[in-house]
Design a protein around this ligand. Structure first.
Ligand code: SF4
Ligand code: SF4
Length: 187
């Protein structure tokens, strides 16, 4: 990861514009640290939650998009619910993951990025997660053929994994969501 010193002046204006359109108000952060203190997985992060928000306010795009944190965030929303300024931090993490993928940045946590892509692919195609198809795609792409095999078999025996996909109504609306917002922000 690039560890060059950063300042508000050195940040990417385009990146800050993007955050603005996504209505993530990182500038209202006053660094109280409540988000970092409540995050259940922060011990695995290379940037803590509060640092992510501050770096975003500086427009430090490269530092953020190459970090492990954006992939390790479990999207549990604890940070956002603890933030006194209602900053949508889990949403910010989501935006950062998507930007990293669109810009073709090699993810710091490659298998998580593959899972993320397979999950979204399943939603885009079926309108909801089709677990068996998603797991198959993940296994093929990650080459992790044996990982979590026992867990998968246990879930299958308990009827938690269906071999057939379940489609939903309104799939075209879901596809519209995928094709719309944010497309203009590409390198
Ligand atoms: S809880 Fe909110 S205001 Fe406090 S440091 Fe985190 S983002 Fe900033
Ligand atoms: S949403 Fe992500 S960053 Fe926020 S508390 Fe949960 S795991 Fe931590």
């Amino acid at each position: 990861m690039n560890t060059e010193p950063i300042s508000p002046e050195s940040g990417s204006k385009k990146f800050l514009e993007k955050l603005k359109t996504m209505e993530v108000d990182v500038h209202s952060c006053y660094q109280c640290g409540r988000c970092s203190a409540g995050c259940p997985v922060s011990e695995f992060f290379d940037l803590n939650v509060m640092e992510v928000v501050r770096l975003a306010a500086y427009g430090a795009e490269e530092r953020l998009l190459t970090s492990k944190t954006i992939w390790l965030c479990a999207a549990c929303e604890t940070c956002a619910s603890r933030c006194p300024n209602d900053i949508e931090i889990a949403g910010l993490m989501d935006v950062l993951r998507e930007l990293a993928l669109r810009k073709g940045i090699r993810p710091a946590e490659e298998r998580i990025a593959i899972f993320h892509d397979c999950f979204l692919g399943s939603i885009k195609h079926w309108g909801r997660a089709y677990e068996v198809g998603m797991i198959g795609a993940y296994k093929l792409r990650s080459r992790d053929f044996m990982g979590d095999m026992k867990l998968g078999l246990d879930m299958f025996k308990k009827g938690k994994l269906s071999l057939k996909p379940h489609s939903i109504q309104g799939k075209s609306e879901i596809r519209q969501i995928f094709s719309g917002k944010g497309k203009e922000y590409e390198r």
